[in-house]
Design a protein around this ligand. Sequence first.
Ligand SMILES: CC[C@H](O)CC(=O)C(=O)O
Ligand SMILES: [Mn+2]
Length: 342
Amino acid sequence: MSGKRDILITEVALRDGSHAINHQFTVEQVVSVARALDEANVPFIEVSHGDGLAGSSLQYGLSRTNEMELIEAAVSVCKQATVGVLLLPGIGTIKDLNAAVKLGVGMARIATHVTEADISAQHIARSKELGLFTVGFLMMSHMAPPEKLVEQAKLMESYGADAVYVVDSAGALLPHEVAERIRALKQSIGVEIGFHAHNNLSLAMANTLAAIQEGATRIDGSVRCLGAGAGNTQTEVLVAVLERMGIETGIDLYKMMDLAEEIVAPILQVPQEITRDSLVLGYAGVYSSFRLHAERAAKKFGIDSRDILIELGKRKAVGGQEDMIIDVAAEILKQRSAAGLR
Ligand SMILES: CC[C@H](O)CC(=O)C(=O)O
Ligand SMILES: [Mn+2]
């Protein structure tokens, strides 16, 4: 480990992983994970509610612990890592960003649906004013062709973003689709390009490597796959694979493996694997964070969660439309009853 970094990894387990554990992180868990990540020399650690700052709500899931306490705890144990936050304009506000900055965060990722970058202008501008490394985070990137993605990334760049991410929120992209998107951005924007994967079709690693091959220099990972759906690119595995390829992350592999095994595995409510529901998320192109909501609705209405997810995919539901999950479940039940199937 030379300390040189060819690729900058952002660890998202303490934010994306919040979805997988119903937003139940405790201060003690965040302290132990963040401290170990910092000791392993991970450069960026994202901490927030799964849906970003101020996501704690009945609609998205109530946090067990106020996220500001979690952020403060993470910052307090990080000696070298930058702690970052996610903000979805409309869920979180500039007031929330200001509060997070007071606690010592150094990076903000402003996330919008892939076709709605224009709503990020004031949040990106404020983040820059606050001196933060600022990322534009284009979610559900499988829903837009490369030309559209370029148009939206250019908007984020024009607002001042230091990097723009292609975000495969549904884990639906195939490696050649990732490659064409990153290639198009590389040819069109001047800021760094990042990639965020979900492993619902078992393609997170392949997609990440395709992104790196086309010039992405910022990559998200979640240790032990602690992320929504089937999780993200597994950080400790990514570190090992990149090391084998001669690509330096600056991260200590043994320390990452120990953290995964000894600290993160016990936090998981169930081991992260590609279940039938996470597979359907990728297959149907549905937001990974919808999985547990759909499973709860399926149980309540006595129907198959896969039918709910497939219908959400057909309706092209986007992040923030979690209320549609109940509507869809109720409609499926009504149709079944009308057809005499129940
Ligand atoms: C709801 C926010 C979302 O979880 C952000 C993200 O990680 C993604 O779109 O994949
Ligand atoms: Mn995600």
